[in-house]
Design a binder for this molecule. Sequence first.
Ligand code: BJW
Length: 235
Amino acid sequence: MVVMSTPRNIVILTGAGISAESGIDTFRGGGGLWEQHRVEDVATPEAFARDPNLVLRFYDMRREAIQTKEPNAAHYALARLDREWAKRAGGEVLIVTQNVDDLHERGGALNVLHMHGEHLKAWCTSCDRRHRWTGPLLHRPECPTCGMQALRPDVVWFGEVPYRMDEIYRAVSEADLFVSIGTSGAVYPAAGLVRTARDLGVQTLELNLERSQGSAWFHETRLGAATEIVPAWVE
Ligand code: BJW
């Protein structure tokens, strides 16, 4: 095995594949969300400006659906690692997720950074406040802070800057191991993190059902369903 056996600090990047076995659709590939909806129609600021009802309906539907889903064995395994790593190895684990669901948190993980935002939050573009939001946005509810009807899903669309990139790059630069789980490597800047890690001399491991687009950059790749290979890696 190339990947070092005793890392201290670990950065784990997760994508839609980790939630697939919880029943949440991935984006690309057969049956994925982008097969049923054109990205340009629902996941860009231009789409929201052009047809807000279409976009809000798409996100209302997904916000409702994720609340019926449960974390799976992969989420629970990462949560265990997150909670126990300081005691086991004296280091830190940061879970950087591209997912907008809350299954890492509901699985018990503490150190989770949502670089593409969260379904269960609404962002007021008038006063710039964010609110926990579980209901629909379609009928333009008022912002609880400023009263304006200017709430949108708190997610990062194409052309927008993902959240907390400085923190993510800092964590990667302080890591001994970078692990990518269940992401196609099709979307930047997340897809570029493995190269950043490699350039800094960080060991890299990919866990995925199929090889990602950036697979060649990883020191090691293990293929399989997340609910099997993630718990096996954590133990
Ligand atoms: C399993 C499994 C199982 C299945 N077990 N595994 C040209 C070159 C480079 C970049 C660009 C370019 N043109 C434009 C760009 C930029 C653009 C981009 O990357 N475009 C690409 C299409 C080329 N990026 C942006 O616009 C981003 N912003 C940006 O770049 O700002 C400038 C900047 C640069 C540098 C630093 C800072 C800023 C913003 C991207 C926003 C992405 N938003 C979305 C939607 C979020 C809201 C929502 O949910 O609707 O985020 S798009 C969508 O893709 C979502 C995901 O987080 C993201 C990644 O998808 P993911 O997770 O990889 O899912 P899939 O479906 O692709 O893959 C699933 C994987 O799971 C597969 O690998 C399967 O094998 C696996 N799997 N079942 C294990 N059971």
